[in-house]
Design a protein around this ligand. Structure first.
Ligand SMILES: Nc1nc2c(ncn2[C@@H]2O[C@H](COP(=O)(O)OP(=O)(O)OP(=O)(O)O)[C@@H](O)[C@H]2O)c(=O)[nH]1
Ligand SMILES: [Mg+2]
Length: 552
C-alpha cells in the first residue's frame, strides 16, 4: 500500500446476480490490474455465485482503495450484513431490469441504519431489458435511500455507450478495451432537455439538505457548480443522498467513473467510529498461517507490537500485519484507517473485539447477532467411527461462520446442523471437506415420533411432534402462505401486524416443515423469516409415508 494514511473503504452490496463480482473485476481492471480473479474459493466457483466475501487493496490515481465483494444470495447474505456494519462506504449494485428485489431493500436498510455514504450503481445497462427510469421508479418506491441522478445513460441495451455528466454538462463515452478511459463529448441534442431537467432536480435535492443552499437556490434560481458539488459531498457524507451511476460491469462500463466518484464524494475515513483501533469481524483457518483474524481499521494508525484488546481488557503481541488482496496476503508495516487487515497468532481474541495500540481506546459495539436459522439438516460423518473429527471440524466452521448452528436431538440421537438455507449447509459441508478433510453426510432430520399404549387392549397409538411456527412476512404474501400452511396440516392461531409486516402464528406438524425454509423463500421471494419451536405431541392417525408429504 502507498504512503497515504487514508484508505477509501468501499463495500459492494446488492441482490444476487446484480453483478457485484463483475463490478469488482471491472474496478480492479480500471485500476490497472490485469485479469483479476474475484471469487477464487472452490465453493463460489462450483456454485457460480459468491459464497464468501473477498477483499482487494489497490491504488487508484495515488489513493489507497479497498473494495469488499459480498454475497447477494439469501443463503450467504448474513456475511454481507456483517460487512455492511464494518465498512465505511457502500456501492449498492442494482440490476437495471426494473424488478425490485428484497435483498436490495435489505442492503439499503443496512446502509440507511448506519448512515453510511452510498452510491447506487445501476448495472447491466447493456442488456435489452434494461430500463433505467423504471428501475429508478422501483428504487424510489421501495427503498429508503434517496437517489440523486448525477449521470444519465446514453443509449440502452446494445446501444448503451456512455453517460451524461449532469453537473459538468458534458458526455462521457466508455471504452471496452480501456476501462479507465473516458472520451468527452457534447450532450446529444435529443437529450439536452432531459439533462437540464436532471440538473434542476439535482439542485433541488441538494438544496433541500442545507438551509443556506435553499436560500441560494431561491434567490439565484440555481446553485453555482461549486456550491452544488460541495452540497452534494455533504449530502452523501451524511447519507441524505445516494448518487446514481448507470453502467455495465461486464464491459467495465462505468467502473473508472465509479472509482472517480467514490474518491471525490466519499468522505475520508469513518467519522463516526469512536475507536483508533481495529475491530475483528471474521476468522478463517489457513493451512499455513493458522487462524487468520480479519479486522477493519476505523481511524488512526495501528502499529505492530502490543495490541490491547479493549473489549476484554487483555493484551496481544502481534509482529506482522497482512492485507488481503484477492487470493494473496501481503505483509504491511502498519494498518491505517479504512484498511482491512489480517492478524495471526492471537490468543483469546474473537470476532467483535476491538484491538488498539492504546489501552485507553474505546471498544466498538459488538457485531450484530446474525439471522436466525432457516434450514436444518441431520449431519453425520461418512465414517461413523470418526465422529470425533466431525465435531472438531464443526467447531472450527462455526467459529468462521456464526450463522451455522449445531444441536443434538436426544429423541433421535441425531446431530442437527442449522443455517440460512439448504445451499448454505451444503456449501458448509463442502468447505469442511476441503479445509479439514472431513467428509460429512447431510440428510433431512428424522421426525421423532412416539408410541404410546392406551385403552383396555393396550393399543399402541402414534404421536407426532407439533411445532409453534411464527412467520414474519409482507402482507402481499399472507394469502399464499396461509393456503400453503393448510396443505401442511397447519392450524392458524393468530395473525397480527407488526411494524411494516404481518405475523402469522401457527401450529404445524414437524414432519410437514422439514424443508420449510426453502418453501417459504420460494413463496415470498425471500422476504419472510420464521421461527419454529417444539410445542407438544399429538395423536397421529397414520404415520405419513414420505411421498405423501408436501415437500418444499
Ligand atoms: N450483460 C451483462 N451481464 C452482466 C453484467 N454484470 C454482470 N453480468 C452477468 O450477470 C451474472 C451475475 O453476475 P455476478 O457478477 O456474478 O453477480 P453477483 O452480484 O456477484 O451475484 P452473487 O455473487 O450471486 O451475489 C453473470 O453471468 C455476469 O456475467 C453486465 O453489466 N452486463
Ligand atoms: Mg458475486
Amino acid at each position: 500500500m502507498g504512503a497515504s494514511t487514508i484508505t477509501k473503504n468501499i463495500v459492494l452490496l446488492g441482490h444476487s446476480k446484480a453483478g457485484k463480482t463483475a463490478l469488482s473485476r471491472a474496478l480492479l481492471r480500471a485500476a490497472g490490474i490485469e485479469n483479476p480473479t474475484i471469487d477464487k474459493d472452490p465453493e463460489s466457483l462450483a456454485h457460480r455465485m459468491t459464497t464468501t466475501s473477498s477483499y482487494f487493496h489497490f491504488m487508484w490515481q495515488g489513493a489507497n482503495t479497498v473494495i469488499t465483494n459480498t454475497p447477494g444470495d439469501d443463503n450467504f447474505l448474513h456475511e454481507a450484513d456483517v460487512l455492511a456494519q464494518v465498512s465505511d462506504n457502500a456501492v449498492l449494485t442494482i440490476c437495471a431490469d426494473e424488478a425490485h428485489k428484497f435483498q436490495t431493500e435489505k442492503a439499503a436498510r443496512l446502509i440507511q441504519q448506519s448512515t453510511m455514504p452510498s452510491i447506487l450503481f445501476i448495472n447491466r445497462m447493456d442488456e435489452d431489458k434494461a430500463d433505467f427510469n423504471g428501475t429508478l421508479a422501483a428504487i424510489r418506491k421501495n427503498i429508503l435511500l434517496d437517489p440523486a441522478i448525477v449521470y444519465l445513460p446514453i443509449g440502452n441495451g446494445a446501444d448503451f455507450c456512455g453517460v451524461i455528466d449532469v453537473i459538468a454538462e458534458k458526455t462521457l463515452y466508455f471504452s471496452e478495451e480501456d476501462p479507465a478511459s473516458l472520451t468527452e463529448g457534447e450532450i446529444p441534442t435529443a437529450m439536452q432537455d432531459e439533462a437540464y431537467i436532471a440538473l434542476e432536480k439535482l439542485m433541488e435535492q441538494v438544496a433541500e439538505t442545507d438551509d443556506e443552499l435553499i436560500e441560494e437556490l431561491l434567490e439565484e434560481g440555481e446553485l453555482d457548480q461549486e456550491s452544488l458539488v460541495q452540497g452534494l459531498k455533504n449530502a452523501v457524507a451524511s447519507g441524505a443522498l445516494s448518487p446514481v451511476l448507470p453502467g455495465a460491469a461486464k464491459k467495465s462500463f462505468g467502473a473508472g467513473l465509479l472509482l472517480e466518484l467514490a474518491h471525490s464524494l466519499f468522505p475520508q475515513g469513518d467519522h463516526q467510529a469512536p475507536s483508533q483501533g481495529c475491530q475483528i469481524f471474521k476468522i478463517d483457518h489457513d493451512p499455513n498461517l493458522g487462524i487468520l483474524y480479519y479486522c477493519k481499521v476505523n481511524s488512526g494508525t495501528l502499529n505492530p507490537g502490543t495490541l490491547y484488546n479493549v473489549s476484554r481488557n487483555s493484551e496481544e503481541e502481534v509482529d506482522t500485519f497482512y492485507v488481503p488482496s484477492g487470493a494473496s496476503l501481503e505483509k504491511t508495516d502498519s494498518l491505517t484507517a479504512g484498511m482491512i487487515g489480517v492478524l495471526v497468532d492471537l490468543n483469546g481474541s474473537a470476532p467483535g473485539d476491538t484491538l488498539a495500540n492504546s489501552p485507553e481506546d474505546h471498544p466498538l459495539a459488538p457485531l450484530p447477532v446474525v439471522a436466525r436459522p432457516h434450514f436444518t439438516y441431520a449431519v453425520a460423518h461418512t465414517n461413523p467411527a470418526d465422529s470425533e473429527s466431525m465435531y472438531t471440524a464443526l467447531a472450527k466452521i462455526m467459529a468462521e461462520d456464526p450463522a451455522v448452528h449445531m444441536a443434538q436431538e436426544p429423541k433421535t440421537g441425531e446431530t442437527l446442523l442449522s443455517g440460512q438455507g439448504r445451499l448454505h449447509l451444503e456449501v458448509t459441508s463442502e468447505r469442511i471437506a476441503r479445509k479439514f478433510g472431513t467428509e460429512l453426510e447431510l440428510s433431512l432430520p428424522t421426525v421423532p415420533y412416539q408410541e404410546k399404549q392406551q385403552g383396555d387392549n393396550q393399543e399402541q397409538i402414534l404421536l407426532e411432534p407439533l411445532m409453534n411456527l411464527t412467520i414474519t412476512l409482507p402482507d402481499d404474501c399472507v394469502g399464499e402462505v396461509i393456503t400453503d400452511l393448510g396443505k401442511r396440516r397447519g392450524k392458524i392461531m393468530e395473525i397480527r401486524s407488526e411494524a411494516r409486516n404481518e405475523v402469522i402464528v401457527s401450529q404445524v406438524p414437524m414432519a410437514e416443515i422439514l424443508e420449510y425454509g426453502s418453501a417459504l423463500a420460494q413463496l415470498t421471494g425471500g422476504r419472510a423469516t420464521f421461527k419454529a419451536v417444539f410445542s407438544h405431541y399429538e395423536q397421529l392417525d397414520q404415520k405419513p409415508s414420505p411421498q405423501e408429504k408436501t415437500l418444499g
